[in-house]
Design a protein around this ligand. Sequence first.
Ligand SMILES: C[S@@+](CC[C@H](N)C(=O)[O-])C[C@H]1O[C@@H](n2cnc3c(N)ncnc32)[C@H](O)[C@@H]1O
Length: 212
Amino acid sequence: MKQINRYIDSVFNKEDALLEEVISSIKENEMPPISVSPSSGKLLTMLISISKAKNVLEIGALGGYSGISIARGFGKEGQLTSLELEESYSKLANNNLSKAGFADQVHYITGPALDSLEKLVSDDKQFDFFFIDADKENYENYLNYCIKLAEPGALIVCDNVLAGGSVADQDAKPKRYTEFMKKFNETVANHPQLESLLIPLGDGMTMSKVMK
Ligand SMILES: C[S@@+](CC[C@H](N)C(=O)[O-])C[C@H]1O[C@@H](n2cnc3c(N)ncnc32)[C@H](O)[C@@H]1O
């Protein structure tokens, strides 16, 4: 899987000074190096651009790598709401999104995502695209909130669903969240309101269309 991802990243991704700066800023701030892979970021940009999504909700901001990939997809006409637990992370992400020219189009809500999601539901907010990339143990809760907050036909993308390959390969090193992901993938695949597929790019992304 690693070799194939390296191949895809090297052939299909051009050098990107802005995203390289985001990676450096994450390192300088001693934050974990867990941004989406370059190809996963590009997939987000393409999905948002193709689906013409304009109102995006992200769960898990880190330093803004996926945030910039998302914003590039909607260009000058969209809005990103991003939920992040750590205040210092949302500040860095905000800073990086501003450098990328999206200062007026991004809004960070700091705190546990479950609390922020409950508030978004009670405020009757709706979104047309979701990116779930935070604590894996809560993926199923996040999925349920995203379905509540979804406009008909919205897309929900979830990262790390292959758990380093361990959901499918018994020889791969198991992760803390391997069993959660196995169960989560079954839930996504069989959910009556979702039409879904798993794309084996980066650490694996499920992509679901919400039927309402
Ligand atoms: C894998 S990183 C996100 C990477 C980011 N999407 C990117 O690709 O640029 C996961 C993020 O989720 C955040 N997180 C973890 N638990 C959370 C929670 N309960 N509520 C909100 N954010 C949380 C972490 O602080 C971390 O920044």
